[in-house]
Design a binder for this molecule. Structure first.
Ligand code: TPP
Ligand code: MG
Length: 478
């Protein structure tokens, strides 16, 4: 078989002929520059050097930047960990006592009590909204049980100029920054006052005024965005940082690694805050990773990293205070891994009893609960007592119930509003859709959504997937 096509061979022949036609001067390579006799001599000498006579011994030879020292011991290779697991920073014991007096929290009585009250408010809001979802009053909800310390401990050291990216289980951060219970519930109901205008699922909060980017469901997308936002803060010369919350499961996404690498190499002032709560829905961490948690990964990107007891409000507070100092002062990323436990189901679409036992749940809820530890702390200080606890819980309950009732009484945005806020100039194909009469299925879904607000509504018809602005997921039969 012939090699190459006839066309290709003809092309080669014509190139060779063209080369023969070249004048003698251009056919010869001049004896200058890289091909000069002097240069050839030097190359021969260098080659001899590489053969080993003076090799590498004078310390001047180039070395790969990642080579620390050389070793001829093969048993120093094939390592699978950095030695000891990361040390976990702790301030309080499980009874609310401060372990080292030098770490007494640097906050006033008023602030400490406000932090505890926020945790109580969050806890009460969770239990009522969880039940409201079960009653069909919300389409979906996610509780924050067991992670209250990670929220309030971290948020309490931040400035209002700091920019926050959440995952979805950080409602306490928002409450601490001033997002009201009413705003939370308006968003969950999806009414006309919802921060996202009813276009997102419940718990996808956001607040421009509070520098809190709207939650987005696809896991880990917030991480590279946070690195980029931090880079922008740096180029603007702002004395602020970005804080990016994410879960142990989200850290398995490629975006996590991209974000850390960008942040490390571009030196972005961002605090990556991992809530390691033991589960990603039903996947326990022993199936999620085999390394030393998420912290070990920070070090491998040369990012300053800390691991703290995420059920200890003051451990989170101290670590985050230091993390913020580093990020804002040195304009570099920091990684904080807070070790905690997801005390509730993943969401109202989940039944955690299918994959974890009540013994496991009870041992965390009863013995290492962040709310209980913080309460014991404020009580030890005599800043809190049973009477205040009863009053705080009753007040928190009143606020949630009144806000829920108010939220349910508010109007929804119109379906037509879906066309707003997406494009600066509404494109032709959407303009055409805007003037179309509302399709029968949208009319039907609006009617179903209206009926759903009535206490004993009976809704007929097949299951319908409905636009999220009205938060009716599926209705089937009466
Ligand atoms: C890209 C992507 N994959 C899968 C999901 C489905 N999903 C939603 S939450 C979740 C688990 C996340 O776990 P983790 O990050 O640990 O957060 P946690 O719920 O424990 O707070 C998964 C797999 C998703 N939303 N996005
Ligand atoms: Mg998790």
């Amino acid at each position: 078989m012939q090699r190459g096509s006839n066309g290709a061979q003809a092309q080669l022949r014509s190139c060779a002929a063209a080369a023969r036609r070249l004048p003698a001067s251009s056919a010869r390579v001049p004896e200058t520059g890289a091909n000069s006799a002097a240069n050839r001599k030097r190359m021969t000498r260098d080659r001899d050097t590489w053969k080993g006579r003076r090799a590498l011994s004078d310390g001047t030879s180039p070395k790969h930047p990642n080579i620390g020292r050389f070793s001829s011991k093969l048993d120093e290779q094939f390592i699978d960990n950095f030695g000891e697991p990361f040390v976990t920073f702790r301030v309080m014991d499980e009874h609310g006592g401060v372990l080292d007096p030098s770490l007494e929290p640097d906050v006033t009585q008023e602030d400490a009590v406000a932090m505890y009250r926020t945790m109580v408010q969050l806890n009460v809001m969770d239990s009522i909204l969880y039940e409201a979802q079960r009653q069909g009053r919300l389409s979906f909800y996610m509780t924050n049980y067991g992670e209250e310390a990670t929220h309030v401990g971290s948020a309490s050291v931040l400035s209002n100029d700091d920019v926050i990216y959440g995952q979805y289980r950080e409602a306490g951060v928002l409450l601490w920054r001033g997002f009201t219970v009413q705003q939370c519930i308006d968003q969950c109901v999806g009414n006309v006052d919802a921060s996202c205008k009813g276009r997102m699922m419940p718990v996808h909060y956001g607040s421009r005024a509070l520098n809190f980017h709207t939650i987005s469901s696809p896991l880990a997308t917030q991480l590279p965005q946070a690195a980029g936002a931090a880079y922008a803060l740096k180029t603007q010369g702002r004395d602020a940082c970005v804080v990016c919350y994410f879960g142990d499961g989200a850290a398995s996404e490629g975006d996590f690694h991209g974000a850390l690498n960008f942040a490390a190499t571009l030196e972005c002032p961002v605090i990556f805050f991992c809530r390691n709560n033991g589960y990603a829905i039903s996947t326990p961490i022993r199936e999620q990773y085999r390394g030393d948690g998420i912290a070990a990964r920070g070090v491998s990107y040369n990012i300053k990293t800390a691991r703290c007891d995420g059920n200890d409000t003051w451990a989170v507070h101290h670590v985050m205070k230091k993390a913020r100092e580093i990020a804002v002062r040195d304009k570099v990323p920091v990684l904080v891994e807070a070790m905690t436990y997801r005390g509730g189901h993943h969401s109202t679409s989940d039944d955690a009893s299918r994959y974890r036992g009540t013994d496991e749940l009870n041992s965390w809820t009863l013995s290492n609960n962040p709310l209980a530890r913080m309460r014991l702390f404020v009580e030890k200080k005599t800043w809190w007592n049973q009477e205040m606890e009863t009053e705080a819980r009753a007040e928190a309950r009143r606020v949630v119930l009144e806000s829920l009732e108010a939220a349910e009484g508010k109007k929804w945005l119109k379906v037509e509003d879906l066309f707003q806020d997406v494009y600066d100039q509404v494109p032709q194909h959407l303009q055409e859709q805007q003037v179309l009469p509302m399709s029968p299925h949208l009319r039907a879904s609006r009617m179903r959504a209206s009926l759903a607000r009535l206490p004993c509504a009976s809704v007929a018809g097949d299951g319908v997937a409905v636009i999220c602005s009205i938060h009716v997921c599926r209705w089937s039969g009466s």
